[in-house]
Design a protein around this ligand. Structure first.
Ligand SMILES: [Zn+2]
Length: 309
């Protein structure tokens, strides 16, 4: 009989559920909406029903969950996006899902995105990997010896909140200033561009827009727009600096760059690489860096990774 892994990535608006074979090959995936009413009390119930309806429960090897908040030892510490406070997900899920011999594991969504890329994406086959997810914010995930690193309070891998900028001191959602995500996320790139446009009167294709996205800044940079190029160079420099700190701390085999900003591909990767080596000096010569390949499905793959045999 074939066996399946179930990967569940719980987001603030929808929940992605994937059914995988034991090697991480996706067999079927579907979405259900996230019901955040009453402090998200229906979320686990909805997931349980959805799985029972779609999959032959007898053939499930394990169910993994990714949640948008810190997790330590299987306990979600808080999850503002879902309305959850502290929650023992596996215990509660097993109460609803009447098959408690099926193992249930849970981890943070940025961590499992990294695990997903290692399970079936551009990090396949590696065991010591660090991933930066550059979206609206910056997420981070760390795998050491094939295991997700969570730390004491689930804070390990919060690479988006390392203090790396003391020049602009832009405020971060976390309450600090100068975090990685203030200058290297999609929002950060737009922030930098707006500052630069204000700083000078230099001509720029960006001046024709009142509002623009990070993608627009990349597109203009690729067309040779001087201001856009300066912005991308600067954001890449901040990222390279953040990565150098991690590289000298963990010496990973591989860095993976994911999230919407990573759609810029080699254009971004090349800029990061040129700036990375001066920061690590003589200690690291050939650092492998790749762009993520699973897109928004990475978390679902990573959730399945948690319960692989
Ligand atoms: Zn922050």
């Amino acid at each position: 009989m074939s066996r399946y892994l179930i990967g569940v990535d719980i987001g603030g608006t929808s929940i992605k559920i994937g059914c995988f074979d034991l090697n991480g090959y996706l067999i079927e995936k579907w979405d259900i909406p996230t019901d955040k009413s009453n402090q998200g009390e229906n979320i686990l119930k909805d997931i349980a029903y959805s799985i029972i309806n779609k999959v032959d429960v007898q053939s499930i090897t394990g169910i993994g969950f990714g949640v948008p908040g810190p997790v330590s030892d299987g306990v979600v510490l808080n999850c503002v996006n879902l309305g959850w406070g502290q929650k023992n997900v596996s215990q509660e899920f097993n109460r609803i899902f009447p098959y408690d011999y099926i193992p249930v594991r849970v981890s943070n969504d940025a961590n499992i995105a990294c695990a997903g890329e290692v399970f079936s994406g551009s990090g396949k086959g590696y065991k010591n990997v660090v991933m930066f997810t550059l979206g609206t914010g910056v997420g981070g995930g760390i795998l050491v010896d094939g295991k997700i690193v969570e730390g004491l309070n689930g804070v390990a891998g919060e690479l988006g909140h390392m203090l790396i900028d003391r020049k602009y001191n832009l405020p971060c959602n976390c309450g600090k200033k100068g975090c990685t995500e203030t200058v290297a996320s999609a929002t950060g790139i737009v922030n930098l561009a707006k500052l630069k446009l204000k700083e000078t009167t230099q001509r720029s294709l960006l001046r024709q827009y009142d509002n623009f996205s990070a993608k627009r800044v990349f597109d203009m940079a690729k067309q040779g727009d001087e201001i856009a190029l300066q912005v991308i160079d600067e954001a890449s420099d901040y990222l390279a600096y953040a990565m150098s700190l991690v590289a000298l701390t963990l010496n990973p085999e591989l860095f993976i760059i994911g999230g919407g900003v990573s759609n810029a591909g080699d254009f971004l990767l090349d800029k990061i690489k040129t700036r990375f080596y001066p920061y690590v000096g003589p200690f690291i010569k050939n650092q492998k860096m790749v762009i993520a390949s699973l897109g928004n499905d990475a978390g679902m793959y990573g959730a399945a990774f948690l319960v692989r045999p």
